[in-house]
Structure formats: structure tokens, C-alpha cells
Design a protein around this ligand. Structure first.
Ligand SMILES: [Zn+2]
Ligand SMILES: [Zn+2]
Length: 117
């Protein structure tokens, strides 16, 4: 129930015709105050969704060959062919108490081996 802000009388719902559409208004019978009924012609809210830029995601290099191009090399003698240059990378072991294991790959024969200290 609503009351007129001007005179305090009860507002009565009343239909008014504006062109083709009939709009419901709350009107005061005493002073003629009219208030538009709530819920009429609610504009749809335009919700803007910001999609994450897929380019921002760091590409995961799955191919080992691509990975090797960026790997640093270290002077290490290959136990297979005797070459003294090998790619080096570290693999973190799952155990928290274990340190990362260093792997090496011969640049000549691609023989992969672990570095034993
Ligand atoms: Zn009134
Ligand atoms: Zn080798």
C-alpha cells in the first residue's frame, strides 16, 4: 500500500492509456498526484562480459625438440660418444624433501643421462 507524498491519502491504481499501451499508475484521488507503478518497462541490463585474452596464457611447449632449443648447454662429457657438450635441464621431483634432478643430453648423439654428483 502506498500513500501520496503530497497529501497523505491512499494511492489508487489506475490505468492510463498512452497511445496503444495502457500503463498502470498509482494515483491520488484527492490531489491528483500520479506515480508510475514499479516494474513497468524495465530496460534489459546489458551485461558486459570480459573474456580473458587467450594470448595472455603462457603456451605450454609440449614438444621436447622445441624445449631443447632454449635449453642451456654445459660442458659435460657424454658417456656414450665422448662429446663434451650437453644440454642441461632440471626436473623437480614430487617429494618435497628431494631436490631437483639434473638431466643432460648430448648435443651430438642425443644420449640423455642424469648427472651424478
Ligand atoms: Zn494526494
Ligand atoms: Zn653423445
Amino acid at each position: 500500500m502506498e500513500f501520496c507524498p503530497k497529501c497523505g491519502s491512499r494511492l489508487v491504481p489506475k490505468k492510463t492509456k498512452t497511445g496503444k499501451d495502457a500503463t498502470l499508475v498509482m494515483t491520488c484521488l484527492k490531489c491528483g498526484y500520479t506515480k508510475r507503478a514499479p516494474g513497468e518497462k524495465v530496460e534489459p541490463k546489458v551485461v558486459k562480459t570480459i573474456e580473458p585474452n587467450p594470448r595472455q596464457f603462457v603456451a605450454v611447449i609440449g614438444k621436447e625438440e622445441q624445449k631443447l632449443r632454449t635449453l642451456p648447454t654445459v660442458r659435460m662429457e657424454c658417456p656414450k660418444c665422448g662429446n663434451n657438450l650437453a644440454y642441461v635441464w632440471q626436473v623437480q621431483t614430487r617429494g618435497a624433501d628431494e631436490s631437483s634432478t639434473q638431466f643432460l643430453r648430448c648435443t651430438k648423439c642425443s644420449y640423455t643421462f642424469r648427472e651424478y654428483s
